[in-house]
Design a binder for this molecule. Structure first.
Ligand SMILES: C[S@@+](CC[C@H](N)C(=O)[O-])C[C@H]1O[C@@H](n2cnc3c(N)ncnc32)[C@H](O)[C@@H]1O
Length: 277
């Protein structure tokens, strides 16, 4: 396991993923009944943007670092940036567990899994005083069977955000989406993936369609046309059972961050229905 999120926290991919994650959480928060979030690949929870790791790549400077003041943007962007500032930006960048934990009400729960022993220790330390957050140092893929459907809570979200270190990660991700939908049909699933070139993404979508998964929306943010597969040209978030009007909100958010993240105008946003309800 070589991947450490501390090198990448706050980059364009985190902005895309966490901005959309917050939109989904706001939908879950609309109803009084409690919900559960299972975050299968959690990372450390919060990152110091002045630490050696963050400084070494400087990725956050090309991401959240470009947003120095509140823009006249859509409410999804303003909500995300306000939330980030409240959680420590520009000194700290909150990872998915911190963002999720920050909006939980007493009736909601968060289950986090992290396989890297050191990051799992940091994550556990970060949430040691929060009884609503359970931290497990374990494989997030096998955790699906262990924690779904959530005990007592009928609503929720499964966030799957793997590091894509292994060649078969798209297959594992597709399998995890299928399994999550089967084990927790009432839940939303959000799965992040990198876009280096289009072929693996098309195959990923085909695999999900062939498996009969319904109600799939794909959101992608490209910084440039993905012709050079050695670069991270963009990323996507595949959402199963998206909330009402999530497609419009996702588009508004991504179209507002794109010109700041890719000012040369070479980027694009695509919101595509992969499978109907
Ligand atoms: C992209 S990072 C997660 C970032 C986090 N979700 C966020 O948004 O702040 C992926 C994480 O998955 C961890 N990881 C890798 N393989 C895993 C597995 N099979 N199960 C759980 N965690 C894993 C890595 O150590 C890394 O911290």
């Amino acid at each position: 396991m070589n991947y450490r999120h501390a090198y990448h926290a706050g980059n364009f991919a985190d902005m895309m993923k966490h901005g959309l994650l917050l939109v989904i959480l706001r939908h879950l928060l609309r109803k009084p009944a409690g919900f559960c979030v299972l975050d299968t690949h959690s990372g450390c929870g919060i990152y110091d943007l002045s630490a050696t790791e963050a400084e070494k790549t400087g990725e956050w400077r090309e991401g959240i670092g470009r947003f120095e003041s509140l823009p006249d943007g859509p409410e999804e962007l303003v909500d995300y940036l306000r939330c980030m500032t409240g959680l420590g930006v520009p000194k700290l960048y909150p990872g998915s567990p911190s963002l999720i934990a920050s909006v939980l009400r007493p009736q909601d729960r968060l289950i986090c899994c992290e396989l890297h022993p050191e990051d799992a220790r940091t994550l556990r330390r970060n949430f040691r005083f929060n009884p609503q957050v359970a931290v497990h140092a374990r494989d997030g893929y096998t955790a699906l069977k262990a924690f779904l459907p959530p005990r007592d809570l009928k609503r929720g979200l499964v966030l799957i955000d793997p590091p894509f270190e292994q060649g078969d990660e798209f297959d594992r991700l597709a399998e995890a989406i299928v399994r999550s939908r089967r084990l927790f049909p009432m839940g939303i699933v959000a799965a992040w993936y990198p876009i280096k070139h289009r072929t693996p993404v098309r195959r990923f979508h085909d695999t999900l369609r062939d498996a009969g998964v319904k109600d799939l929306l794909d959101c992608s943010l490209l910084l440039r046309t993905p012709t050079d597969p050695t670069r991270l040209n963009g990323c996507g978030l595949l959402v199963a059972a998206p909330p009402y009007r999530f497609d419009e909100q996702a588009r508004a958010l991504l179209e507002a961050i794109l010109p700041v993240l890719a000012p040369d105008g070479a980027g694009s946003v695509e919101i595509t229905r992969i499978a109907e309800e």
